[in-house]
Design a binder for this molecule. Structure first.
Ligand SMILES: *Cc1c(COP(=O)(O)O)cnc(C)c1O
Length: 347
């Protein structure tokens, strides 16, 4: 009975999502795999990983799902040029540059210097290397710049030159991009149902908030009762939860689904450390542990800090009594090459 109901809710949600144009860019569904060596190392629930690092586009990551909806919108509006912004080692910028290349659109990326690092690897390798390899034009702005205003200024300039620019917000996080994570909620619950897996909690990194907003809107529409826990990488808890909630409400509104309850939005922002993009000891240990127990690569800015949270919260008993906890791997391993000195590895 329950199975039939869940199935019906998933097809209804698929129907709602089908109202929106979507340009195929990635490999879906992404795998859902057990992390048995990690589960063994930590004790506690069985851990699973949803492999959104394997979306296929330019080494993958969570922005691919958002870009399928955003790029379709850009194409529908007749855009010939894409503008977006992010931090220097932005995974979003890299995936946007790749998507633009694939769709024959010009791409302009504005990178904000949020860390003040002078390390040439940070400034030129990793995602920055790939932005340029994909043919995007890259320009820099100082930390604290009004990046939305910078993009609008560039858009006006390009319009005056006869171009039709489309501005993708930072992280692809608006009610269009977040549809990608509504779809992920549908995909993940379908996969779990197919293998008889009962998910008790879903944990992931939350930044510009489109990922969690889409997931929460999707899980509300599916009437799923497990928690989606975002581990923050920048803002304090109250601000982060506020951003996610606002966007989840807009996303549900756009889709025409169930309103989202405020208490569905939970962020833990205790693992940011000294600031966005700045390494922490916990992140370094978490990335090493996963690389050495599961053969998986996580990133220093987002998924590594979220894993630090997952591991620490497990050790503190936060998941006690739960059977299955899924970690959504949002990608970002290209960013490792921007932080070669963070890991203090033996020669
Ligand atoms: C952008 C990003 C996130 C955060 O997703 P938001 O939708 O911005 O909250 C998490 N992990 C990685 C690797 C990212 O690049």
């Amino acid at each position: 009975m329950k199975f039939d109901l869940d199935d019906r809710l998933r097809s209804q949600l698929a129907g709602k999502l089908a109202q929106f144009p979507r340009t195929p860019l990635g490999h879906f569904p992404t795998p859902l795999e057990p992390m048995d060596r990690l589960s063994e190392a930590l004790g506690g629930p069985r851990f699973w990983v949803k492999r959104d690092d394997c979306t296929g586009l330019s080494s993958g990551g969570n922005k691919t799902r958002k870009l399928e909806f955003l790029m379709a919108d850009a194409q529908q509006q007749g855009a010939d040029t894409i503008i977006t912004q992010g931090a220097t080692q932005s995974n979003h910028a890299r995936q946007t540059a790749a998507a633009a290349a694939k769709l024959n659109l010009e791409c302009h990326i504005l990178l904000e210097d949020r860390t003040g690092s002078n390390d040439p690897s940070y400034n030129l390798n990793g995602n920055v290397l790939l932005d340029r390899l994909h043919g995007a034009s890259v320009s820099r702005r100082p930390g604290g710049a009004d990046m939305q205003a910078e993009m609008e200024t560039l858009a006006s300039k390009l319009r005056a030159q006869g171009k039709s620019p489309y501005v993708v917000p930072g992280g692809g996080s608006n009610a269009i991009g977040a549809l990608g994570y509504v779809e992920c909620a549908r995909e993940l619950t379908e996969q779990a149902a197919n293998i008889g897996l009962e998910i008790d909690a879903l944990v992931h990194a939350t930044g510009s908030s489109g990922t969690q907003a889409g997931l929460v809107a999707g899980m509300s529409a599916l009437k799923v009762d497990f928690n989606v826990l975002g581990i923050g990488v920048r803002a304090p808890k109250e601000k982060q939860e506020g951003m996610v909630y606002d966007l989840a409400v807009k996303t549900a509104d756009r889709l025409g689904t169930e309103p989202v309850a405020r208490d569905r939005v939970i962020a833990n922002c205790d693992y940011v450390g000294p600031g966005y993009g700045l390494p922490t000891d916990g992140m370094v240990s978490a990335i090493k542990l996963l690389a050495q127990t599961e053969g998986l690569l996580f990133d220093p800015v987002y998924s590594g800090k979220a894993l630090d949270g997952l591991i620490d919260l497990t050790r503190k008993g936060h998941f006690e009594g739960l059977r299955n906890v899924v970690f959504l791997h949002t990608g970002g391993s290209a960013g490792l090459f921007g932080y070669p000195d963070a890991f203090d590895l033996p020669d």
